[in-house]
Design a protein around this ligand. Structure first.
Ligand code: SF4
Length: 224
């Protein structure tokens, strides 16, 4: 954040969200500067804003990024390492994207887009995570697939089957997370890294929300 002497430390870039991590950021885990609860996975297929196209597009492959504060509102993506006086708590050890980014010269960040990202399997290896974490990720990834969900989301109002399938995935996502914690397969603070954000939270990207119903929940479109 303060790499460039012209940076006035306004904190705006850090309030838009923490950086995606690249392989050159592996030292952050290797040196125990950040822990697993400090990151969140944005999964393949999640809709993200493409600033060049000025619209939401499905993410082609996963990215792991620095997370917001644990108690942040769902729409507040401020990096958890931004201090109250707009300083970076990691300064001197901050991730590659933060070092490259200067808001008045955003092109520098584009150069990093070709650099390999630090993905979940590599992070599991670095932190010597339990061997079963990779299997847990794989099972969840196969069961809760955003490409499939996007197809059902479009027709959720008029297609009862799509509605039912979407609800089953919401229930699976919720109960799978609960089970993992209950069986002590992973701590609750590792869930955003292992499985990304809960589907109950991310479905807003499809302009959907869950409403209680007599049989559990209904998924409905958010009125525009
Ligand atoms: S790591 Fe530091 S520079 Fe990077 S987004 Fe967070 S607070 Fe800002």
């Amino acid at each position: 954040m303060s790499k460039d002497t012209s940076c006035v430390n306004c904190g705006i870039c850090c309030k838009k969200g923490g950086p995606a991590l690249h392989t050159k950021d592996a030292f952050l885990f290797e040196e125990n500067i950040i822990q697993i609860q400090d990151v969140v996975t944005i999964r393949a297929g999640e809709l993200v804003r493409d600033d060049m196209k000025n619209r939401l597009v499905p993410l082609p492959s996963e990215l792991v990024k620095l997370a917001p504060a644990a108690n942040a509102r769902p729409d507040d993506w401020t990096c958890r390492f931004l201090t109250n006086n707009n300083r970076c708590f990691l300064h001197g050890k901050h991730p590659a994207e933060c070092r490259a980014f200067y808001c008045k010269e955003p092109e520098a960040l584009m150069q990093l887009s070709n650099e390999p990202r630090l993905e979940r399997d590599k992070i599991c290896e670095i932190i010597k995570a339990p061997a079963w974490w990779i299997e847990l990720i794989k099972t969840h990834e196969e069961a809760v697939n955003y490409e499939e969900l996007a197809e059902w989301a479009i027709k959720i109002d008029e297609d009862q089957e799509a509605q039912q399938k979407f609800i089953e995935k919401v229930e699976f996502d919720r109960s799978y997370r609960e089970l993992v914690v209950e069986k002590k397969a992973a701590p609750v603070e590792a869930l955003p890294f292992l499985f990304g954000r809960p589907l109950l939270q991310t479905m807003v990207m499809f302009k959907l929300t869950a409403r209680p119903s007599a049989n559990g929940i209904n998924i409905v479109k958010i009125p525009s």
